[in-house]
Design a protein around this ligand. Sequence first.
Ligand SMILES: Nc1ncnc2c1ncn2[C@@H]1O[C@H](COP(=O)(O)OP(=O)(O)OP(=O)(O)O)[C@@H](O)[C@H]1O
Ligand SMILES: [Mg+2]
Length: 262
Amino acid sequence: MRVWAIANQKGGVGKTTTTLALGRGLAMRGARVLLVDLDPHASLTRAFGVPPEPAPAGVLELFNEPPAELASLARDTGIPGLQHVAAQTALATLERRSATQPGLGLALSNALARCGDGYDYVLFDCPPTLGLLMVNALAAADHLIIPTQTEPLALHGLEGMCRTADMIERSRRRPLPVSVLPTMYDRRTRTGAETLREMQRQHGPRVWDDAIPTDTRLCNVAALTSTAPAEQYPGRGLSAYRRALEWILATEAAVLARTEAA
Ligand SMILES: Nc1ncnc2c1ncn2[C@@H]1O[C@H](COP(=O)(O)OP(=O)(O)OP(=O)(O)O)[C@@H](O)[C@H]1O
Ligand SMILES: [Mg+2]
């Protein structure tokens, strides 16, 4: 099982869109995939048609004593091979609980350790805040994917996220490979092209040498959650996500080969 955290401390950079597009892509390739919505705003959960009220069973139950099992919270999405775990608004209260309840930082790692071999990939859609939920996801992840808008201010967010990844790597004493996915790229603007170059200059091969373009068709959640074949939803955005998935899988294969050789 491979665990990917899709995270950026900055909001609105395409984390949820990326989680959906990559998860759908993996399932279409025949993998068993679980998407876990860690954001109290529950965008991913809503994308799959689960309303916020009454509160669905979901991620919060993984923090109970005793905790629920991940597989018992998984819901079918209608897409073969793709399941998801819902987020609840009350996830926002977890930060307060963590002050008095030790050990919550490893709740997701523990849930994964108990869940056996039921999934090939687990993808965490993180909230845009560096709190208990993001730390949990990073502690459990084999790979951190950072969607980053191609605009100058996003470079600061990316730097912050890379520092956080370094910190997590040091504390858990296990490598956390990072892949940066430039998003919402508008090649007609000079700012977009310059920011992309600067991102690549600052972060080297961690950055994809391509980018997800701005494509309003990606705002159509039906395209990302539909069981229809990909050809029914053509578009530059989705085809860029297919290329991005190939790159991420190739990056993973290279990391695994290096680890095995070491
Ligand atoms: N490549 C794209 N082109 C056009 N619109 C996009 C693209 N990617 C995402 N969007 C839109 O931008 C908005 C923010 O995207 P998304 O919700 O995926 O970001 P997020 O990082 O998960 O946000 P949050 O931090 O609020 O969780 C959404 O309305 C989404 O449909
Ligand atoms: Mg989101």
